[in-house]
Design a protein around this ligand. Structure first.
Ligand SMILES: Cc1cc2nc3c(=O)[nH]c(=O)nc-3n(C[C@H](O)[C@H](O)[C@H](O)COP(=O)(O)OP(=O)(O)OC[C@H]3O[C@@H](n4cnc5c(N)ncnc54)[C@H](O)[C@@H]3O)c2cc1C
Length: 395
């Protein structure tokens, strides 16, 4: 593997393995796209509480929805490293959390289980149109009564001739309002616990599938977050994903990559905040000089840069282990835990450095702070990350 050194415009980042020059080219392509087609529109999408559906087809046209999927399904034939570049770069380029989450839920958490656990026929029916941006995907695990405690989910799938009848509900589902299909965790055994969970692909036009509510949120305004209700939804046998009763394994496998992607996104967001803050501190004057000349501001920026580099080091370390096929549970968990909280702190520092302007919509740092607050909650909370780490240490 070749190690190359590319110093980015912040002067903070030297490229290290596992990234190679082709990944840097992808990074530059993503950045150009975000700057030219996303940034000019995203304030309006935040207001509208939704980005246009056509953004999926546009992203597909550019190959972004199929970076890690094979060419025979319309993908780019890359791998998880390309996906990693995407997750970091969209945030570093300033894409809002809501737009990033909508596309990211589709590419990063809802379609991967279809790829890993699906049959050839399911790849054709669901993955191919998802890669083409024709069908929007969502992942449905969380329920009103089951969040951190995934094994307590209650959406029930009862076996009937030719399939299952599903009753229950899901909440906080990213893309939930307009998803064409939902990769959905259901209980296929009446007794509780890990053993009786399966995954079914529910389709929006199935009778009894209802979007009960679109939720208002602190951040991620441009993404549609839905609450879903299922009343006697018949799901045919061919929509079973993976093994019957084997869904808990799928949930755990999916979580590792989701958490790594969230860590990468937080690194990108901290990078954006740092660059913005350095630029602002150089321009804004108080008491007759740029505020960057004040020790308090300089030290705040130095601390931000340190958090960014610690977060990046942890995240890349976990990425190297993951992409070389090693167990990286502890490393991914640490990266997720550290970066999500650090991104909130760094965004808060950026707001502070911008003074009153930091509180204003037009400077965007307030949005980044609101968007960042989901990090320590979504994909497994800080407390759950600490539980995993504590248990791994034998406690
Ligand atoms: C904007 C948004 C988008 C989301 N997108 C999706 C999605 O697309 N698909 C999906 O399935 N889910 C999604 N989620 C759900 C998300 O993963 C959950 O919110 C998260 O897992 C936490 O679950 P909960 O909200 O039920 O909190 P709870 O589990 O009720 O936790 C409440 C508090 O109790 C703490 N707690 C719980 N158990 C323990 C414990 N054992 N020890 C110590 N503390 C504990 C938690 O850390 C937290 O502080 C989304 C959530 C949001 C807000």
């Amino acid at each position: 593997m070749v190690a190359v050194t590319i110093v980015k415009d912040t002067g903070q980042r030297a490229l290290v393995p596992p990234f190679e020059p082709e990944h840097e080219e992808l990074r530059a392509t993503i950045r150009r796209w975000v700057e030219s087609e996303i940034l000019p529109c995203q304030a309006e999408w935040e207001e509208r509480r939704e980005f246009p559906r056509e953004l999926f087809t546009r992203a597909a046209e550019l190959g972004f929805l199929g970076l890690k999927y094979p060419e025979r399904l319309g993908g780019q034939g890359g791998d998880n490293l390309h996906d990693a570049v995407w997750a970091e770069e969209i945030a570093a380029a300033g894409m809002s959390g809501g737009v990033g989450a909508g596309i990211g839920a589709h590419t990063g958490i809802a379609t991967p289980p279809v790829w890993s656990f699906g049959t050839d026929e399911q790849h054709e029916r669901f993955l191919r149109p998802a890669i083409a941006g024709e069908k929007i995907a969502a992942l449905g695990i969380t329920e009103p009564g089951a969040g951190s405690d995934v094994a307590s989910l209650r959406t029930r799938a009862e076996k009937v001739d030719g399939g299952w009848v599903v009753n229950g509900s899901k909440t906080f589902i990213t893309n939930g309002v307009r998803a064409d299909f939902l990769v959905c965790a259901v209980r296929t055994k009446p007794e509780g616990g890990h053993g009786g969970i399966s995954f079914l692909i529910l389709e929006r036009d199935m009778p009894g599938y209802e979007v009960s509510r679109k939720l208002e949120k602190l951040g991620w305004h441009a993404s549609d977050t839905g609450e879903l209700a299922f009343t006697d939804v018949f799901v045919p046998e061919e929509n079973l994903l993976g093994e019957e009763h084997g869904g808990f394994k799928l949930i755990m496998a999916n979580f590792q990559w989701e958490r790594e992607l969230m860590a990468l996104g937080a690194v990108g967001s901290m990078d954006w905040c740092l660059r913005r803050s350095i630029a602002y501190a150089g321009e804004r004057e108080a008491f007759g000089r740029p505020i960057g000349g004040f020790q308090a501001i300089r030290h705040k920026i130095a601390a931000m840069a340190t958090k960014l580099e610690v977060g990046r080091a942890l995240t890349y370390h976990a990425l190297r282990l993951l992409t070389s096929g090693q167990d990286a549970l502890a490393e991914v968990t640490k990266a997720k835990l550290f970066t999500q909280r650090a991104a909130v702190e760094v965004a808060d520092d950026a707001v502070q450095i911008h003074g009153g302007y930091g509180y204003m919509r037009e400077y965007e740092v307030e949005r980044v702070l609101r968007d960042a607050r989901l990090g320590p909650i979504g994909g497994g909370t800080d407390e759950i990350m600490k539980e995993i780490l504590g248990r791994g240490l034998g406690l």
